[in-house]
Design a protein around this ligand. Structure first.
Ligand SMILES: [Zn+2]
Ligand SMILES: [Zn+2]
Ligand SMILES: [Zn+2]
Length: 175
C-alpha cells in the first residue's frame, strides 16, 4: 500500500480541498510503455497502469487553487525507502535501454518505465496523466522490456528501479 488507500482517495476526491475547490492535482509515478526501434523511441508513451497501481504510485496531492498540499510523502513510491522520492525524481535512468531483444535480436521492443505524472481530478473525475518527462530525462526509470516479436520480458527485480535501494522489492497491488 502506498500513501493512499482506495477509500482515502475516494474521500479526498469527494471532499475536495478545505478551500472549497473540487479540483485536485495528483502527482503519481505511473507505468508508461515507450516503443523503441534499435534503442530509440519511435512513438508516444502508452499508459499501462490500472486503478490499484495508480493509487499505489501517488506521492502528492495538492490544490492548484490555494496551492496547499493535502497529501505528501518523501518515501520512494516503489520500495518505500525514506527519502527515495527525491532520488527518483532527480536522477536519470540507470537500467540500460536495449538496442535489440536479448532473445530473438528483434530491434522492436517496448521499454516500460516509471514516469512521474500529474493527473487532475475535477468534480470527482480523473483526467489523463500528463508528463513532460521523456526517456533519458531525470525522473524516468526503466523497469521492464517487452519484445514485440517473441514476447520475451526482462524485468529489473534485484533493486528498486526508482531509487536504487537493494531488493527484494515489495509486490505491487495488481501484480
Ligand atoms: Zn484549496
Ligand atoms: Zn524477442
Ligand atoms: Zn525505491
Amino acid at each position: 500500500m502506498g500513501i493512499l488507500t482506495e477509500s482515502a482517495l475516494d474521500d479526498l476526491v469527494a471532499a475536495g480541498c478545505p478551500c472549497g475547490s473540487r479540483r485536485l492535482v495528483f502527482r503519481a509515478y505511473l507505468d508508461g510503455s515507450v516503443p523503441l526501434q534499435a534503442g530509440e523511441p519511435v512513438g508516444a508513451v502508452t499508459w499501462v497502469y490500472d486503478g490499484e497501481k495508480f493509487i499505489d504510485g501517488v506521492y502528492e496531492v495538492n490544490c492548484p487553487t490555494c496551492t496547499q498540499s493535502l497529501v505528501t510523502a518523501d518515501m520512494c513510491p516503489r520500495c518505500h525507502a525514506p527519502g527515495g522520492l527525491q532520488r527518483a525524481l532527480t536522477t536519470t535512468n540507470r537500467w540500460p535501454v536495449p538496442s535489440a531483444c536479448p532473445a530473438c535480436d528483434g530491434d522492436e521492443v517496448r521499454y516500460v518505465g516509471f514516469i512521474p505524472t500529474r493527473v487532475t481530478y475535477e468534480e470527482g473525475r480523473a483526467g489523463k496523466p500528463r508528463s513532460p518527462t521523456e526517456l533519458g530525462d531525470p525522473g524516468f526509470h526503466g523497469q521492464r522490456v517487452e519484445c514485440a516479436d517473441c514476447g520475451t520480458v526482462a524485468e529489473l527485480r534485484d533493486r528498486c528501479p526508482l531509487c536504487e535501494n537493494a531488493g527484494p522489492l515489495r509486490e505491487r497491488p495488481g501484480d
